[in-house]
Ligand binder design. Structure first.
Ligand code: ITT
Length: 198
């Protein structure tokens, strides 16, 4: 069976592909559909945006599709950047510019109050049929300078005390074992496994 992973984010795609590699699916990405339209991510929640991206992909391709909507929720910033994580520093934001903006917003916030969570919702949509969502969360602390070169996005600033490391200092395997995305994808895998057993 072919399954479309509807993301333009290479970091996400790498992590999703690693987790789903054991399953009997041939994964396609949006690179296989060059005419795929831009989906406006105007939902108020990760769930809404993930469903919007996955349902559009299922409709356009006629194949089962999954999408990931995720972001960083910082307690001292009232939950920001949240669903705006990818565009925190502006429309053509880079990971580096977003991290700089985050550090400046938190410049006067003491370490004890720099708690945050990564959240991820994976949506699965079957063309003309069912829609499912699976969500995961990982709590951590925002450091005052970046550490590590792995992962993507806010990973170099996100310190996970259980691992004694930032997300960018973890291997892809360890990141997937503990991350918000890994947890959401584990729920998706459970769902797909139950369906295959039916
Ligand atoms: P697609 O919509 O094409 O999937 P996107 O990057 O625009 O790609 P989102 O709107 O879901 O995706 O934004 C997610 C942002 O949240 C992402 O760009 C990062 O800045 C951040 N983020 C999500 N998961 C992350 C992770 O595992 N590590 C670091 N940052 C993450």
């Amino acid at each position: 069976t072919r399954l479309v992973v509807a993301t333009r984010n290479k970091g996400k795609l790498r992590e999703i592909a690693a987790i789903l590699s054991g399953l009997p699916f041939m994964l396609l990405s949006l690179d296989d559909f060059p005419d795929f339209p831009e989906v406006e991510e105007d939902g108020a929640t990760f769930e809404e945006n993930a469903l919007k991206k996955a349902s559009m992909a299922a409709m356009v391709t006629g194949l089962p599709a999954l999408a990931d909507d995720s972001g960083l929720v910082v307690d001292a910033l009232g939950g920001k950047p949240g669903v705006y994580s990818a565009r925190y520093s502006g429309e053509s934001a880079s990971d580096e510019a977003n991290n700089t903006k985050l550090l400046s917003e938190l410049a006067t916030v003491p370490y004890a109050e720099r708690t945050a969570a990564f959240r991820c919702t994976i949506a699965l949509c079957i063309p003309g049929g069912e829609r499912y969502t699976f969500s995961g969360e990982l709590r951590g602390v925002i450091l005052d300078s970046p550490r590590g070169t792995g992962g993507f996005g806010y990973d170099p600033l996100f310190f996970v005390s259980e691992n004694g490391a930032t997300m960018a200092e973890l291997s892809l395997e360890v990141k997937n074992a503990v991350s918000h995305r890994g947890k959401a994808l584990a729920l998706l895998k459970g769902h797909l496994g139950r369906q295959a057993g039916e």
